[in-house]
Design a protein around this ligand. Sequence first.
Ligand SMILES: NC(=O)c1ccc[n+]([C@@H]2O[C@H](COP(=O)([O-])OP(=O)(O)OC[C@H]3O[C@@H](n4cnc5c(N)ncnc54)[C@H](O)[C@@H]3O)[C@@H](O)[C@H]2O)c1
Length: 243
Amino acid sequence: MTAGAVALITGGASGIGAATARRLAGEGWRVVIADVDAARGAGVADDCGGLFIHTDVTSLHDNEHAVAQSVRAHGRLDAVVLNAAIAGRCGLDDFTQQHYRETMRTDLDGIVYGLHAALPRLRRQRSGHIVVTGSLAGLTGSPDVFYATAKHALIGLVRSAAPHLARDGIRLNIVCPGLVDTPVLARARTAILAHGLLLADPGEIAAAVQSVLGDRRTGRAWVVQAGRPAVPVEFPEIPLATR
Ligand SMILES: NC(=O)c1ccc[n+]([C@@H]2O[C@H](COP(=O)([O-])OP(=O)(O)OC[C@H]3O[C@@H](n4cnc5c(N)ncnc54)[C@H](O)[C@@H]3O)[C@@H](O)[C@H]2O)c1
């Protein structure tokens, strides 16, 4: 990717998004942080010499605004990292419609809206790369049932949309991290380590995002775990039934 390329990163105020912003800025990218957390988002943007745009990804309008502001500031948009998400707000046993909708609004609608907002610009350019942050939970399942449900849906979104977008010169991939040492896991951290599970550093996921951005393939789900490089998942070939 040429120096001066522009990346818009949702959820860039913290954890994996902030690490990705710092990594790409270090490689000469111009980064735009889109997040609901104005204080931390502006801080990361300052560190990266980037721009912060207050964005709630659950709003299509906010996503469109973030894309418009990125293009207004820099005149181009090369990569969009759709990364903002929350842990599930309820499970099967403490289900409420409100908490279920909050989870889906952020973790699924927020990505769909980010994709939809970026497409007109990327289609006009006939280039660009969208990288979604999924999760290993979107491939294997998780006790956080509705978080995992949303992350599974994102795999379907990427696999289904990528062939269409390839006709417009746009790549779409999803990075699926295992456990990562970020604020979202703070409360479970001690128990995770006590089980002997490895936590990746957010910088490892940022490195994976960077390597996926540099890969020519599209429609892939890339698993990223602590101490290992990103590897694309091999989904089974299931031919349609014929007479
Ligand atoms: N930490 C892990 O173990 C792990 C594992 C797999 C996948 N992930 C995924 O990585 C991504 C980043 O998570 P993280 O671990 O860095 O968590 P994090 O909590 O450190 O960062 C999430 C960021 O998203 C922002 N955000 C939340 N709701 C938003 C909204 N409505 N609009 C805009 N911004 C919003 C938060 O303010 C925060 O800055 C998420 O998609 C998460 O599901 C994390």
